[in-house]
Design a protein around this ligand. Structure first.
Ligand code: BGC
Length: 745
């Protein structure tokens, strides 16, 4: 194929535009039909619906000289038409099967809509809750992130792109986008090469190992080099070390943004730098199409570099079977059928994290609610809010498909349900604040939201609460303040929601708080004053039924936090896998020459620890973990270094010591206690979901080998050194049942 192509035809394969979105850096007035007919684009974005896709495909296949089909790419993030919980919530299930179901369903629906390429999964490690895109991530941990990543890729691609209903996945954003300084979106990333490899690169590597078809480069720079033109990332690591042979697509206009990064003085240089670094498709930068041909003709860029990029693009088109079956089947009208609803509900059920459920009376904690309960006051701007349940990036999701919490509770409680909205998600005060900092896009959205008279509506909500036996507050953060370009400097409830919460708590009625948000919020006041808190994230179309399943105990919650919840914004970035310090918080000061406890690594005005740590999540039953066992107490270094097979098996018994069945996520953490490079105080290296009847015990085993035990040394080589490993098994990153084994010289 390549030998028959003209230079212009080749370059056309490396160009992508998004149909109908006139936001390219040049605001070009593009004529898509002509671009396709002239072979000047190889892929199109944001074409949704078989009819529209087939229109363009027809032009590509029938009107171009070589009949090369187009690829159609789209952001399918947590479902396509059927909106599932946000990715961060899915990570909270610690259940890769759930990620696979979401990807699989999204792929089938997208393919029927003419989309054969999805810009997902986003696997950027997110350790800073200020960064809005944490909502799209698997959270803070490379091990959990890698397990979930493999499942997303498998769900989209089924191991064979030519299978019906498969789509090409696109792992993004390569690399380290989650590490942006100060959690501010698009900002620079500056981190040690060791942290880059040991933490941030792991999930992308997992995606490549799982056979991901394409990669998207990141907007950010990493250690001074923009990721979209970084030969270290795009060629050395991705292709040479990991063996990836698919195409790398730029993020939106990222090639053009090399001008803003000020590493290229003009568009031609930007295109040259990106292509030579290993970037194959210019998405919306309009620089490959306009500058590469001349640079090849003048000898500046060898044609072989273009050829290689074209080969990568064509390979995906062949693998998808587009040369044989270029057209999408006309989709039946989408319907949220009972089958799809059942999937969405099952996934959402597993994502719920019970953060707190303290006993309030002798009768015990508030949850689960008894069926014959009492009169319930449902309060808050999230209680009957269909749009917000879809989350930050629901694509083609439809709010009309959402069952809200209010709708579902009405079904269960009838007249015994009282309702008050209490306040909006934003108040007049927010609108003014946003105006004063000249927020642009969000401001226009904010202004469209009704700004209620909060004092009055809060007073009404208080009266409603007084008439009930207990209050359920559904509070959170609007989805437009999450996702791309939505970093926050404050992490509390927005608007007057905190005031609403405080006013209802002040009535003395028992309060259950349901949090609906796409990032860890600061829940400090709530944690001190509200006995029961359920983190429900953005649950998707089955929001109401899934939350209600958990409230009534039809589903025993089993979710665990994939990201630490801070006590204060000032702790961010906050994550459990901290490196040691010479002045640990709880140091034994007896040998020190000073008598003050001040000079240790801690805040003078807040604790170091998370309010709710990584891995945290309660159940309606209790679990007990035995002390872990290790299959061997000593392992020779040679053995660990020369095999990828497990060398030690850590085992533990988990027992359900409560009175109802439940599922616990048994988590294995390890610490390499002495190494030539500082190692984290704890790292997750295994987990298993274990379902147990009351009184039942199951044994869990976690194999450890070179992959789990090694670290990157100063020469950036993965290595194991003689040491002692401490291991813990338990239900969160606070696991306290400990054992150890040695790796000997
Ligand atoms: C986002 C990507 C997305 C791309 C294409 C960008 O703004 O960062 O995640 O895939 O647009 O829509």
């Amino acid at each position: 194929m390549l030998t028959q192509m003209t230079l212009e035809e080749k370059i056309g394969q490396l160009v992508q535009f998004s149909v109908g979105i006139p936001t390219g850096p040049g605001n070009w007035n593009l004529k898509y039909d002509e671009l396709v007919e002239h072979g000047q684009v190889g892929s199109l974005g944001n074409v949704v619906g078989a009819a529209e896709a087939n229109h363009y495909q027809h032009l590509a296949v029938e009107k171009t000289r070589l009949h090369i089909p187009l690829l159609f790419g789209l952001d399918v993030i947590h479902g396509h038409r059927t909106t599932f919980p946000i990715p961060l919530a899915i990570a909270a299930s610690w259940d890769p099967n759930e990620a696979e179901i979401v990807a699989r369903t999204g792929a089938e629906e997208a393919r029927a809509d003419g989309v054969d390429w999805v810009y997902s999964p986003m696997v950027d490690i997110a350790r800073d809750a200020r960064w809005g895109r944490i909502v799209e991530s698997n959270g803070e941990d490379p091990y959990l992130g890698s397990v979930m990543t493999r499942a997303w890729v498998q769900g989209y691609q089924q191991g064979d792109l030519s299978k019906p209903g498969s789509v090409a996945a696109c792992v993004k954003h390569f690399a380290a986008y989650g590490g942006v300084i100060a959690g501010r979106d698009y900002n620079a990333v500056d981190m040690s090469p060791i942290t880059l490899r040991q933490v941030y690169l792991q999930p992308y590597h997992a995606a490549v190992e799982a056979g991901v078809a394409t990669v998207m480069s990141a907007f950010n720079s990493v250690n001074g080099v923009p990721a979209s033109a970084d030969p270290l990332l795009l060629t050395q690591i991705l292709r040479k070390e990991w063996g990836f042979d698919g195409p790398v697509v730029s993020d939106w206009a990222a090639v053009h943004e090399l001008l803003n990064h000020a590493t290229a003085a003009d568009g031609a240089t930007a295109a040259h730098e990106a292509l030579e670094a290993g970037l194959d498709i210019d998405l919306e930068g309009n620089l490959f199409g306009t500058t590469l041909a001349a640079q090849v003709r003048s000898g500046k860029i060898p044609e072989s570099v273009v050829d290689e990029a074209v080969r990568r693009v064509l390979r995906v088109k062949f693998a998808l079977g587009l040369f044989d079956h270029p057209y999408a089947q006309q989709e039946p009208k989408y319907e949220a059928t009972p089958e799809r609803r059942a999937l969405a509900r099952k996934v959402a059920d597993e994502t719920m994290v019970l953060l707190k459920n303290d006993p309030v009376t002798d009768a015990g904690p508030l949850l689960p609610l008894t069926k014959k309960a009492t009169t319930v006051a449902l309060i808050g701007p999230m209680a009957d809010n269909a749009v917000e349940m879809l989350g930050a990036w629901s694509g083609k999701g439809n709010p009309e498909d959402v069952i809200t919490l209010k709708a579902e509770l009405e079904k269960r409680l009838g007249e015994r349900l009282l309702y008050a909205e209490g306040c909006g998600l934003l108040s007049g005060k927010d609108a003014n604040a946003l105006k004063s900092i000249e927020t642009r896009m969000p401001m226009s959205e904010a202004l469209r939201m009704p700004i209620p008279d909060d004092d009055k509506t809060i007073a009404e909500a208080v009266e409603t609460a007084k008439k009930a036996d207990l209050a359920i507050l559904a509070l959170g953060e609007p989805a437009w303040m999450e996702g791309e370009a939505s970093s926050r400097a404050y992490l509390g409830f927005t608007g007057s929601q905190e005031e609403l919460l405080e006013a209802v708590v002040a009535t003395g009625k028992p309060v259950i708080l349901v949090v609906l948000a796409g990032r860890p919020l600061v829940l400090k006041w709530a944690a001190a004053h509200v006995p029961t808190i359920l983190e429900a994230w953005s649950p998707g179309i089955e929001a109401g039924p899934a939350i209600t399943d958990v409230l009534f105990g039809d589903v025993n919650p089993s979710g665990k936090l994939p990201a630490s919840f801070p006590r204060a914004v000032g702790q961010e970035p906050l994550y459990y896998a901290q490196l040691p310090t010479g002045r640990p918080e709880h140091v034994d000061l007896t040998h020190m020459s000073w008598d003050s406890e001040k000079y240790v690594s801690r805040y003078v005005d807040e604790q170091n620890s998370a309010l709710f740590p990584f891995g945290w999540g309660l159940s309606y039953t209790d679990f007990r973990f035995s002390k872990p066992t290790v299959s061997r107490e000593e392992v020779p270094l040679d053995e660990v270094s020369t095999t990828v097979k497990p060398v030690v098996i850590v085992g533990a018994d988990v027992t359900n010591i409560g009175s109802v069945a439940g599922t616990e996520v048994a988590q294995l953490y390890i610490r390499d206690t002495v190494a030539s490079v500082e190692q984290p105080m704890r790292e997750l290296k295994g987990f298993a979901r274990v379902t147990l009847a009351p009184g039942e015990t199951k044994h869990v085993e976690f194999p450890l080998g070179f992959n789990e035990l090694s670290f990157y040394n100063v020469a950036l080589k993965r290595t194991v050194e003689p040491t002692t490993y401490d291991v813990w098994v338990g239900g969160s990153s606070l696991a306290d049942q400990e054992a150890s084994f040695k790796v000997t010289e």
